[in-house]
Design a protein. Sequence first.
Length: 282
Amino acid sequence: MLTYPELDPIALAIGPLKVHWYGLMYLVGFAVAWTLGRWRGSRTGSGWTGEMVDDLIFYCVIGTIAGGRLGYMFFYGFDQILANPLSLLRVWEGGMSFHGGLIGVTIAILVFARRQGLRFFQVADFLAPLVPPGLFAGRLGNFINGELWGHRTDAPWGMRLPCDQFPAQCVDQARDALWSPPVHASQLYEAALEGLALFFILWFFSRQPRPMMAVSGLFLLGYGTFRFMVEFVRLPDAHIGYLAFDWLTMGQLLTLPMILAGAILLALAYRPRASAGRPPAR
């Protein structure tokens, strides 16, 4: 079995100022997206300039942080807002919703596309392959924070957690127990699937001739499928639990529309009437 390493969520502390790894992971994700976007935009015939990429990433940073935090608090922690509205600002403690971030980024794309005179899916298709590295970094941040663990498992890759750091995982163990029973490191599963696997799928797919909307549809379908799968081994939020059937989680409920929307976009993109006579998207 694997054991959880000694990880300090605080990367750097200077007096009262504390820099958390969770926040740094978001910076890494945005930096990678900007670098990849600049590279893609520099290709001949891309229709993008470096300045356009800079503006798009800036809009998406705002949409991701604002939407991700608001989405998490409304979907998963509305009681915290009622108890303390300032909890909305405690991003460094964790608590960012992908689905809320997706809504924020969608609004950012709409604003950017309108100002640039572009179609929504021209921007969305360009942006989609740049997102998974940020998802990978964010899930590593969850792992360092020691949150979003999965169910107990007998699999050889199960991870034991130190009881002094994760007492909730050891409530049924002896008082002198040092380690919890092994659990699924669901954050790392999501990092591998939503981050690495989805990135390579989208990156290579987007380099081939394809109709508009196809990359966006594949992103929604791919992320939704991977997230829905991992939710089966990931523990639901304790204050929410399962919504139905003793297995349906809030994450799965929010992901189902993504899977449906992705399938619809792919079907629309590849229907003959939509692709006939249309040059492939770049």
